[in-house]
Write a protein that binds this ligand. Structure first.
Ligand code: SF4
Length: 703
């Protein structure tokens, strides 16, 4: 984000006015210098407040009413931002936007709507900058002339949902604390030097090189494995500490804000500095500016400086320009597809895999000479006379889509699939047809289908016994593998329970096919002979990019049997054996942990968790005894169970568990929350805590 202009009315020092950054053909100055003084200090404050975000300002511990010249009249702030696509916003909205806020004499903040904004150029689109957690989007930092830092009190874990305001607090209050330099350098060194993580290593190298060159800090040992940063910091001269402190704070916040970037210091944003000439010696000021300029190539700076510092400002830095983001001109997509007369629309409402029923319907209609069009989710296409929609899941999202489709297509739509009626089948003359693979070109060289359907068991949560009955053969490899395909996605519910399972497996092995057993294999049905054949088969993931075996484990019954069967497959830690684990049906936390502990003890095994979704008319979840008195101990154990892969899936269970824990005990389990945010979306932690706790900590205003 870059700030292109700010307009104000009733500012205490500046009264009514505007400040527009000089622009020259889609470029703005990287460095804008203002003379030192109270009114320009206030101008920086107005800029910080404008870009801070209304939701965050409400928690800013500063009496914002002090910014009003006349306390009986609100301060009006309107501003123009240029946002960066995929950094400040994910949408295709134009990067240039106007926005505004109003602050009354009591410090109450209100966002302005388009009709409230009267200072901005009339053609400018007015909208609220989308700040999300406030940590990554519309990156803003601001600093006062004197900085104090945390000393072992800094929180690097984003537990504060209003962390954003700490990034510009020092511009308003000289007691506000910035980053703990020792703690930050120690963390950066750990990640960059000891763990060799690229962004941290890259940042550490740039930092140590520029500190050595521009502020004469000896940083050779920073890149060595053993470095005591408390000692290093204490040995710096006081001017070096003063000069390094704001730089370390900027670097810390950029790493925090852009965790997905390998080169976080190259990201854009806005830094406001009140009297940075006081951060270093008169002689060293020019070098300090050069350092900041090199370290942060895409950053917009606005600085207030003494007259001498303005004169000493490095010439080449003064000439730097930044490119203002422009609208990405996408070729206009044709929004109207011409529908041939009499065409059939096949609607895939929610399938995660290519929908076999639609592929057969497609074959059926094409053989009748009809044109067939495939659309997904809830597509509304004018001019269609007949629609066949298939819905696989009974989830609320799928049911919402169905209801919208019914409303739109009325009598013209024929709905089917397990999400609509588990007993309904395709007419037999369509069912026996081969699938039309052209409907889903993304299948490429993969075949899909059933050799058997059904299962001899009767698990109450499962659709298969009702829908398919006992295991029976419905097809064979020859009919599934038309066009010489050698990769097969098998949809069989429980192929190992069929009396001829050994023969099916043997044929797959002899033909040297690659198979994805997408509905998992039933370990209980395995014997030594089938296990031997199975190990000869290239069992694969869905994309056929690596060897993976799929099983499931939905409860803790028969764990001894599962272990014995598992052992006959002779897996080693190098194998990939995925267990689908359903949760949220009727197991307790103790049983869930027992399952994960058990699977962790099996060589090569890891989990893929799935939350229970009741089938139509199926039993509701029963979690009345989910927690017991040892819940905390179980959770402590759970977060210590780390599988060698797929921990992203476990995160889903952690989040579900965390929510249930809050509902049951009225508090968060901190260890669980730390685990959820240890590696991913760290900056969302504070907001998560605030949302789950349902509280917002009110900050004390500055005295
Ligand atoms: S869950 Fe598996 S074993 Fe149980 S009925 Fe369904 S297919 Fe059969």
């Amino acid at each position: 984000m870059y700030l292109l202009g700010i307009y104000f009315e009733n500012a205490r020092k500046n009264g009514d006015g505007r400040f527009c950054f000089k622009k020259d053909r889609q470029k703005i100055r990287k460095w804008t210098q203002l003379s030192a003084g109270m009114s320009n200090q206030e101008l920086l404050q107005l800029m910080a407040v404008a870009c801070a975000g209304v939701d965050f300002l409400r928690e800013f511990p500063y009496a914002l009413g002090r910014l009003c010249r006349n306390p009986a009249v609100p301060l009006q702030l309107e501003f123009i931002l240029s946002t960066h696509h995929l950094i400040d916003s994910l949408s295709d909205a134009p990067p240039l936007l106007g926005s505004g806020i109003r602050i009354d004499g009591k410090g109450q903040v209100k966002r302005l709507t388009a009709k409230d904004c009267h200072l901005l150029p009339p053609a400018l689109p007015i909208r609220k900058p989308a700040l999300g957690t406030g940590n990554s989007r519309c990156f803003l930092l601001a600093y006062g002339a004197e900085l104090k830092h945390h000393d072992q009190t800094d929180d690097f874990n984003f537990t504060d949902p209003f962390f954003r305001v700490t990034r510009f607090h020092s511009l308003f209050n000289k007691e506000a604390l910035v980053t703990d330099p020792v703690a930050f350098l120690t963390r950066l060194h750990y990640k960059g030097v000891l763990k060799s993580r690229f962004p941290a290593k890259w940042t550490m190298e740039r930092l140590s090189k520029s500190f050595r060159k521009y502020i004469s800090i000896e940083t050779v040992c920073w890149m060595e494995r053993n470095c005591d940063f408390r000692k290093e910091w204490s040995q710096l001269r006081s001017w070096q500490r003063r000069a390094a402190l704001p730089i370390l704070d900027v670097v810390r916040h950029m790493i925090d804000a852009f965790p997905g970037s390998g080169t976080p210091l190259n990201m854009p944003g806005l830094v406001l500095l009140n009297r940075p000439d006081r951060f270093c010696t008169k002689k060293g000021f020019s070098d300090w500016i050069k350092l900041m300029d090199l370290l942060l190539p895409a950053m917009q700076f606005v600085v207030t400086l003494s007259d001498n510092a303005i004169l000493g400002f490095p010439n080449n830095v003064q000439k730097r320009r930044l490119t203002i983001p422009v609208v990405a001109t996408k070729p206009k997509e044709k929004c109207r597809t011409r529908i041939p007369r009499g065409a059939i629309l096949l609607l895939d409402v929610d399938s995660r895999l290519p929908n076999l029923a639609l592929m057969k319907l497609s074959r059926y209609f094409k053989e009748q000479g009809r044109r067939v069009i495939l659309a997904r989710k809830d597509s509304f296409i004018k001019g269609i006379e007949t629609v066949y929609a298939s819905c696989v899941f009974n989830s609320p999202a799928s049911q919402r889509r169905i209801s919208k489709l019914r409303d739109y297509y009325g009598e013209s739509i024929i709905l089917g699939g397990s999400g609509v009626d588990i007993r309904e089948r395709l007419p037999s003359e369509i069912e026996k047809l081969p699938a039309d693979y052209t409907l889903y070109p993304e299948l490429k060289d993969r075949a899909i289908g059933f050799i058997t359907r059904g299962c001899p068991f009767n698990c109450p949560f499962c659709i298969v016994p009702v829908k398919e009955g006992k295991t029976h053969q419905v097809s064979n490899l020859d009919s599934l593998l038309e066009d010489g395909r050698r990769k097969l996605i098998l949809l069989d519910d429980n192929i190992l329970s069929h009396p001829n399972a050994g023969n099916f497996l043997e044929e797959i092995a002899q033909r040297n096919l690659q198979v994805n057993f997408t509905q998992t294999l039933d370990l209980r049905m395995l014997d030594k002979e089938k296990a031997r054949i199975l190990r000869r088969i290239y069992c694969s993931n869905l994309k056929f990019t690596r060897r993976v075996y799929h099983f499931s484990l939905n409860d803790t019954q028969n764990l001894d049997l599962v272990r014995r069967k598992y052992q006959i497959l002779c897996f080693t830690p190098g194998d990939n054996v995925e267990f689908i684990c359903m949760y949220g049906y009727n197991t307790s936390l103790a049983e869930d942990v027992e399952r994960f502990r058990f699977l962790h003890s099996l060589p090569g095994a890891y989990v893929f968790v799935q939350e229970y979704q009741p089938i139509p008319g199926g039993p509701p979840a029963d979690l009345t005894h989910f927690f017991d008195d040892d819940a905390d101990e179980y959770i402590d154990e759970l977060i210590g169970i780390v599988f060698k892969q797929n921990m992203k899936s476990m995160e889903k269970y952690y989040r579900w568990l965390s929510k249930r824990y809050v509902q049951a005990f009225g508090k968060l389990h901190n260890g669980l929350v730390d685990t959820i945010f240890r590696y991913n979306k760290r900056d969302s932690k504070g907001r998560y805590i605030a949302t789950m706790a349902g509280t917002r900590r009110k900050r004390k205003p500055d005295p």
